[in-house]
Design a binder for this molecule. Structure first.
Ligand SMILES: C[S@@+](CC[C@H](N)C(=O)[O-])C[C@H]1O[C@@H](n2cnc3c(N)ncnc32)[C@H](O)[C@@H]1O
Length: 280
């Protein structure tokens, strides 16, 4: 391995490099009734929940917010869904299965950490979703750019944002400037907008066209806005010094309708944002 390649997980990653993700894989593949689990997404998810009774994985979207998403998937019925941040595959299995049941064709899971991606691939295979869910390893902005420029993805139908918190806004701006956010089609669902919180993203998707046009006068965005995002998250995954891979212009003329979906009893919520029209 070239010595300039940073190891995964990087310092600050919340996995704390304690091997719990590998222990999860052993726990699941060590089940005596493995043949009955094969091809059954719910059984794999149940085993992840069981593992979490003793070892907290901490980064899964979880059942409560997961239900918000599976309801949304049943309503939107995307042909293609993209998630930013796959971790060990919990959301890819839950949402990939829901997209398939809703008649969809493909689920892309974009994950930075190749070790997490390898584990997720093994669990997705066990769940019987190998031909449906594709994991793409790398940083989300470059992976999105490649998916768009290769023509594999022509528009955002439903995108789940659950990765490096400061990159939520810039990744959305990248989709906008490449013309992939389509009025009446594109829906965005962002996790962790209350806990730990993502004020720059909420401000962006809730601002008016006038406010965005005003902000755009300052020129392209070349760094991450980290205001109000807890420092431990700013230092996770990409690190405090990191910058977006592209200059982000966005498209200030896109009009969004954005609402918070907070399951009862949870402190966190998912922000669901629909692009409704474009202002000329
Ligand atoms: C909160 S976890 C995702 C949990 C997953 N969606 C679930 O609910 O099962 C965040 C993941 O995003 C990944 N990540 C962080 N920054 C990223 C980036 N810039 N591009 C792609 N993945 C990233 C991390 O490695 C981590 O696995």
């Amino acid at each position: 391995m070239a010595d300039h390649v940073a190891p995964h997980p990087r310092p600050g990653d919340r996995s704390r490099d304690d091997g719990k993700e590998l222990r999860l894989l052993h726990f699941i593949y060590g089940q005596p009734d493995l043949d009955e689990i094969r091809g059954n997404p719910q059984r794999v998810l149940d085993l992840i929940h069981k593992f979490e009774e003793t070892t907290r994985l901490s980064m899964n979207v979880g059942a409560g917010k997961g239900k918000v998403m599976t309801d949304l998937i049943a309503q939107v019925k995307p042909q293609t869904m993209i998630e930013l941040g796959g971790y060990v595959g919990y959301s890819a299995i839950l949402f990939g299965d829901a997209v398939r049941r809703a008649g969809g064709k493909r689920y892309f899971s974009l994950e930075l950490n190749p070790e997490f991606a390898a584990i997720a691939n093994m669990l997705i295979e066990l769940a019987g979703l190998r031909d449906f869910v594709r994991i793409i390893i790398g940083r989300s902005d470059r992976s999105l750019h490649k998916l768009f420029t290769s023509g594999e993805v022509t528009q955002i139908e439903l995108m789940f944002l659950d990765h490096y918190k400061p990159a939520y806004t810039t990744d959305l701006m990248l989709c906008e400037q490449l013309g992939k956010i389509i009025p009446g089609v594109s829906v965005l669902a962002a996790d962790n907008v209350l806990r730990p919180g993502n004020p720059p993203y909420l401000e962006y998707v809730r601002s008016t066209v006038e406010q965005k046009r005003e902000a755009a006068k300052k020129g392209p965005v070349t760094s991450y806005n980290k205001e109000g995002i807890p420092q431990r998250l700013v230092e996770s995954f990409l690190g405090d010094e990191d910058r977006p891979s592209f200059e982000m212009l966005g498209n200030p003329n896109l009009v969004y309708e954005s609402t918070l979906h907070q399951p009862e009893g949870l402190q966190d919520a998912i922000e669901v944002t629909r692009c409704v029209r474009i202002r000329e």
